[in-house]
Design a protein around this ligand. Structure first.
Ligand code: MN3
Length: 246
């Protein structure tokens, strides 16, 4: 991974991904407000071959989603950031500072969609699914009762998103929750720490599932979700907050 990757997916997620892959060190991005540092948003490559999520997500759907939708948000975000103070901030800082601010919707929406999509690609992997392990599983059992109960809650929340949005597993001060956000919404804006997410905009599933969102959500939970990514994010948060995870 490189600095571009970090800028795209966020420092916390990046460090977690580095930890998960066993790579040494965590590349330092331009600090917020650092003189002369312009944080143009880059689109990192997909972390797997576009054909490797099939048949659950087809090459066509993934290339459309990554190559048109996500790329479009990156292009629009950089156009919105140009000539503003936000160009010197990290995407996380921009999200926190612009969420809910009248007049700043185009900045928030496009930057958050860049962050959300980069995080979403990492939330899946070829031959994913299965069960989390270690501290994440213990946290799930503590906060949902069982892993099956978490899956049921996540499925219900994802199916219930009205219109376009996202479903997230988050850490709220160490406690695990499933939350939905509308449109470009991101839990960072509410002080929550994202652990994994599912895109439930229609563009994410219509090419493969048409109007059958529940089937798409089921395929994500059973065959695609990357629990190692979520666990690494949870461990990273535990280190930062020093809460007794699990
Ligand atoms: Mn999308």
């Amino acid at each position: 991974m490189n600095t571009k990757t970090e800028l795209n997916m966020g420092r916390r997620a990046f460090c977690a991904a580095v930890a998960a892959t066993g790579l040494a060190g965590c590349v330092t991005a331009s600090k917020p407000g650092a003189a002369g540092a312009l944080n143009e948003i880059k689109q990192a490559p997909l972390p797997y071959d576009p054909s490797s999520l099939a048949p659950h997500i087809s090459v066509h759907a993934l290339e459309l989603h990554y190559g048109k939708h996500h790329a479009g948000y990156v292009r629009k975000a950089n156009a919105e950031l140009l000539g503003t103070p936000y160009i010197r901030m990290t995407p996380e800082e921009i999200i926190r500072r612009t969420a809910g601010k009248p007049g700043l919707e185009p900045v928030f929406n496009n930057v958050a969609q860049c962050w959300n999509h980069a995080f979403f690609w990492k939330s899946m992997r070829p031959a994913g699914g299965g069960q989390p392990s270690g501290v994440l599983m213990r946290g799930i059992q503590r906060d949902f009762g069982s892993f099956d109960a978490l899956k049921l809650v996540f499925r219900q929340r994802a199916v219930s998103v009205f219109g376009s949005g996202w479903t997230w597993l988050v850490s709220d001060g160490g406690y695990l929750k499933v939350v939905n956000t509308s449109n470009a919404g991101n839990p960072l804006a509410g002080g929550l720490v994202p652990l994994l997410c599912l895109d439930v905009w229609e563009h994410a599933y219509y090419p493969d599932y048409e109007n059958r969102r529940a089937e798409y959500v089921g395929a994500f939970l059973d065959y695609l979700v990357n629990w190692d990514f979520a666990r690494a994010n949870y461990l990273s948060e535990a280190d930062a907050a020093e809460f007794p995870a699990g």
